[in-house]
Design a protein around this ligand. Structure first.
Ligand code: BG6
Length: 297
């Protein structure tokens, strides 16, 4: 396993060719390629990789609030989607399993760990959330796919409430041919229709701006499968993350997002975002939350 690191990012590649690249800003995964070098994530051409803005594309990490939360006093001063995605994370190190004799390179894997704590949150946002916490975010690459998982600890004595979400921009060839399965019969909040509660029937297709917060009826272990033209292209399995946001800005919204480029990029992405964002996770002092996703193809 090859790993390279500089003061802005960490990259790793497996002997079989798969690779991943993680920016320290936000611990944002900005690239994930299969063994043939095909990019699996969508990243805007105008993404701010080294400035103050969150990255448009890849896998930004949403914590401790999803969206803006004017009705939740503890996080109401925080920007949309919290501070994790714009803070500098520390690279804590790697664990690798090299290929074993007899098996060839096919069983190699790598896990990259990143850390953020109250004291390392972006200085301009630090005072806006009054809680002491630490988080370890792990990005795991193997031949089957990519895993991201987070462990959040309440380091204080008082309880706190938080939301967390892995805002994954999956790359697709043609959004009009995409179907998302695994959400049938599930309740969702439709953010493009006054946040009304609705129930999904059948697979999800994208024919216009889509912004929905699903709580899959079959629970977190039910895979969410993205297919294109009938062929499964991604399978997302969640662990401890009960909700799934499905987002595509479509023509007008993409047009209004400054760092969304090219403007017709909405045709080539779908966000499938695993998280806990309906309601709040409550962590008592000293308590830990753990959640993650595995995306395979
Ligand atoms: C999604 C939200 O998770 O993120 C959308 O449900 C939002 O409402 C989208 O528009 C993008 O958010 P941002 O802050 O990255 O532009």
């Amino acid at each position: 396993v090859d790993i390279s690191e500089d003061n802005s990012r960490v990259s790793a590649s497996l002997p079989t060719g798969e690779s991943v690249e993680v920016l320290l800003k936000g611990a944002t995964v900005i690239s994930w390629k299969d063994r043939a070098g095909n990019e699996k994530l969508w990243l805007s051409d105008a993404a701010d990789l080294d400035g103050p803005k969150p990255v448009r594309g890849g896998i930004p990490l949403v914590f401790p609030n999803f969206g803006t939360t004017p009705d939740h006093p503890a996080t109401s001063k925080l920007p949309q989607h919290g501070f994790a995605r714009t803070s500098q994370w520390e690279f804590l190190g790697k664990s690798t399993s090299e290929s074993s004799p007899g098996k060839g390179p096919s069983d190699a894997a790598v896990k990259l760990d990143f850390g953020l704590a109250s004291s390392t949150v972006d200085k301009s946002l630090q005072g806006l959330w009054a809680h002491s916490f630490s988080a370890i975010y792990s990005v795991t690459l193997n031949q089957e796919g990519l895993g991201t998982s987070i462990v959040i600890t309440n380091d204080g004595n008082e309880p706190f409430e938080a939301q967390v979400l892995m805002h994954t921009y999956l790359r697709v060839k043609d959004i009009t041919k995409v179907e998302v399965a695994g959400l049938d019969n599930s309740e969702y909040l439709d953010k493009v229709d006054a946040a009304k509660a609705k129930t999904q029937s059948g697979a999800v297709t994208i024919t216009g701006e889509t912004d929905r917060v699903y709580t899959p009826a079959k629970g977190p272990s039910e895979p969410v499968v993205v297919s294109e033209g009938g062929e499964p292209v991604f399978t997302v399995v969640r662990d401890g993350l009960k909700d799934v946001v499905v987002w595509n800005p479509w023509v007008e919204k993409a047009g209004g997002i400054g760092d969304f480029e090219p403007k017709d990029g909405y045709k080539h992405m779908i966000c499938i975002e695993a998280g806990c964002v309906r309601g709040w996770l409550k962590l008592e002092g000293g308590e830990t939350f753990e959640g993650g996703q595995t995306i395979s193809y």
